[in-house]
Design a binder for this molecule. Structure first.
Ligand SMILES: Cc1cc2nc3c(=O)[nH]c(=O)nc-3n(C[C@H](O)[C@H](O)[C@H](O)COP(=O)(O)OP(=O)(O)OC[C@H]3O[C@@H](n4cnc5c(N)ncnc54)[C@H](O)[C@@H]3O)c2cc1C
Length: 400
């Protein structure tokens, strides 16, 4: 990576780790703002050139074709560089990042956006005997298995939104399979009673057998074991429950929370290493209502805000505090049905929700929205900075 610009002074190197929804937003937003400057270099690191569209992994897992997005193409015209590789270590004192164990990249400012994965370590047997939706490859392996199964039982572990969307999709695409959705909470637990009732009726119509209040204690080849000793036969287990993050931040000595996420200040800088910004699912970002939970709707704004903060700092200005309020929870129920629960900024449900085809169209529009957003940001960076700030819900006393 070049560190000298034409005037001979060292260029400021910004390294963005992880080209997920948040990392892409950060790289495009910053690169678009500095594209006429020679004194700033933006490099985005990701293990593959194909963008992992996590919001559609349940479609990939049921053999449905999804468009392939190429990261270097998405960066075209911004001047940002793409570095293909897997990050194996971060050294915040030396300000270096090790890639694939044998390459070292230097940075002046780091944006850490390595995302999250399903928590496959929480229950014994999950890592060895369950499928997951952590990558396109994982989803395609599951799709292949489901296609060859014929008849049998698929147990989906985790009744959160990913579990609900996956169970519905599998049941719709494979009506010959017996789909069982297991979780501690009933599906749609965070919705209003009406929205939840709609979601549960849709699962019933799709013949998904739902069991809430369940604790899975072990996954074995061919079955799952529940607390209390009951065993459920399973030809396939898909694990969607919980999230965990890369151990790299903790190993690097950055201050992390109990789940390994980088603890940030109001401007999204690491509280222990202010030249490291944390974005998306990998960051523990406090708002007035509590610490944000991982979503795409909140992740993209964190990436944009980090980029704007870096840009301000490069121009000798102070970064501003980040504020974000949730506005919806869209859940697909197969290809033609969905529930969209509108929310208050603290993610508690409002009375309004959408259902049926109009909700399915809404969900599709949301899922497809990152690409036009990135495209607009390339030409007009300020267009990316519109999201709900959350009003009184996100105001923290003493922070302006
Ligand atoms: C099936 C499914 C459906 C979902 N639906 C919704 C939804 O409807 N709405 C919503 O808001 N959210 C949804 N989510 C959650 C959403 O996908 C995440 O919150 C979002 O992807 C987080 O974005 P991110 O950029 O932080 O991380 P990610 O999108 O996970 O991106 C992280 C990137 O970092 C890369 N990476 C990881 N480790 C390394 C490493 N060591 N070296 C180099 N690169 C690395 C990864 O390959 C990836 O490209 C869904 C998730 C799933 C699985």
């Amino acid at each position: 990576m070049s560190t000298r610009h034409e005037a001979g002074r060292a260029a400021h190197r910004v390294l963005v780790l992880g080209a997920g929804y948040a990392g892409m937003a950060a790289a495009i937003q910053l690169a678009a703002r500095v594209k006429r400057r020679e004194d700033v270099r933006v490099t985005l690191v990701n293990p593959q050139e194909r963008f992992t569209e996590r919001l559609r992994l349940h479609l990939s897992a049921t053999g449905q074709q999804v468009a392939e997005m190429d990261i270097p193409e998405l960066l075209e015209g911004t001047g940002a560089q793409f570095a293909r590789g897997w990050v194996t270590a971060v050294d915040p004192d030396a300000k270096t990042v090790r890639i694939d164990d044998d390459r070292v990249l230097h940075y002046d400012t780091l944006v850490y956006g390595l995302g999250s994965l399903a928590d496959t370590a929480a229950v014994p047997g999950v890592e060895d005997h369950a499928y997951n939706l952590d990558s396109v490859q994982d989803a395609e392996v599951l799709a292949d298995r489901l296609a060859r199964l014929g008849r049998g039982t698929v147990v989906v572990g985790g009744s959160g939104l990913t579990g609900v969307e996956s169970a519905a999709e599998i049941a719709e695409r494979h009506p010959e399979l017996n789909v069982v959705l297991l979780g501690r909470r009933e599906p749609g637990a965070a919705m209003t009673p009406k929205a939840k009732a709609y979601l549960q009726a849709a699962l019933e119509r799709l013949n998904v057998h739902v069991r809430g209040g369940i604790e899975v204690v072990k996954v074995l080849p061919g079955s799952v074991e529940l607390a209390g000793g009951e065993s459920i036969a399973a030809d396939v287990v898909l694990w969607t429950s919980g999230t965990r993050v890369s151990p790299l931040a903790a190993a690097a000595g950055l201050t992390v929370d109990e789940r390994g996420r980088i603890v940030t200040d109001a401007a999204l800088r690491s509280v222990s290493h202010p030249d490291v910004y944390a974005v998306g699912d990998a960051a523990a970002i406090r708002q007035g209502y509590g610490v944000m939970h991982g979503t795409c709707q909140g992740g993209m704004p964190t990436g944009v805000h980090a980029a704007v903060s870096i840009f301000r700092t490069l121009n000798g200005k102070q970064p501003k505090p980040f504020r974000f309020g949730y506005y919806h929870t869209p859940v697909s129920l197969g290809r033609h049905d969905a529930v969209v629960q509108f929310t208050h900024p603290d993610d508690s449900p409002r009375r309004v929700h959408l259902t049926g085809r109009i909700a399915a169209r809404y969900k599709e529009t949301v899922t497809a929205s990152p690409w036009p957003t990135y495209g607009r940001m390339k030409k007009m960076p300020a267009s990316g900075a519109f999201w709900p700030r959350g009003g009184r819900f996100t105001r923290i006393r003493g922070v302006r």
